[in-house]
Write a protein that binds this ligand. Sequence first.
Ligand code: HMG
Length: 318
Amino acid sequence: TASNFVNIVEVGPRDGLQNEKGTIPVDVKVELINRLSRAGLKTIEAGSFVSPKWVPQMAGTAEVLSGIQQREGNHYPVLVPNQKGLDNLLSLPRLTDEIAIFTAATDAFTKANLNTTTAESLVRLRPVTEQAIKNGLRVRGYVSVVIACPYSGKTDYGKVREVAKELLNMGCYEVSLGDTVGMGTPDEVAEMIEEVKKSVPVEKLAVPASSEHEIFVQFHDTYGTAIANVIAALSQGIRTIDSSVGGLGGCPYSPGATGNVATEDVLYALQGSQYHVVGSHGSSGGVNLDEVVDIGWWISEKLGRESVSRAGRAIRAK
Ligand code: HMG
């Protein structure tokens, strides 16, 4: 049976901020990550080693990583799209113990995001993954557009299964299935996970917090289904959820998609439930909802707006 510990991977500082137009100073990103780790989050995606021409906001990730207080046992993964990104990371003094590679379930999305096909991206990512592992880095894998693609419509879940399997085969220790567009409904999510389970053994899905391989999920809230989809995924045995403080985010190559499910909303929804939220893999400490609400408001105000987290708004209004 599945453990009832639910891991949260906080993606706000990367997925949440990458789409912002205005420049966000390094010290704000550093403070954001430090505050999130003080609130109990243990895996916090810190930035990307991607082309600054493609995603200008993530330039300066090395400064962010060297500026934060890295807590023992915490992980601060960074996105790496290709060999050049890994070379850049490895040319610096060791800044992190984890990278995340990414591709998508459709060629059209991979073309927009990585300028190549899905098959070719997998060919290119294999040596990157192998070299990262040789250098002592853990590697997470992302599959985008697992339910629908902004360019080619409804996704073939068989393709999601194949790509997830290949990412695990090349050495990723876990694979995140992203509803990048945020269009999924709970039934679709359950159906998609059922399909992926055909190739990823169930024990690798319904894992206790310390287990090695697993798949997990990332939902965007464009149609308001993100929390319902989290619950559907938990019912399917998934135990790791990507979320973003303040509901920040949106992918530059997924026009119209809103941010990730808000970390605050996940914490609130699971309070008092059969599930116990932990900061991340293997940790026993919980995450402080009130602190995350404050951080969600703080960073949203830095970006010139209000927090879009529903729980964050309701708790602030009390
Ligand atoms: P390309 O144009 O085909 O690459 O882009 P290229 O090899 O021809 O290089 C073009 C220029 O970029 C060259 O510079 C390279 O040196 C440079 P120039 O000679 O013109 O001066 N370059 C780099 N610079 C820094 N770091 C690098 C790097 N690579 C090349 N790593 C490329 C291909 C992969 C570079 C590009 O498509 C790219 O950077 N893509 C990243 C896009 C991205 O970050 N998207 C958002 C993240 S994914 C996401 O949000 C989804 C996810 O959250 C899950 C979900 O929600 O679904 C993960």
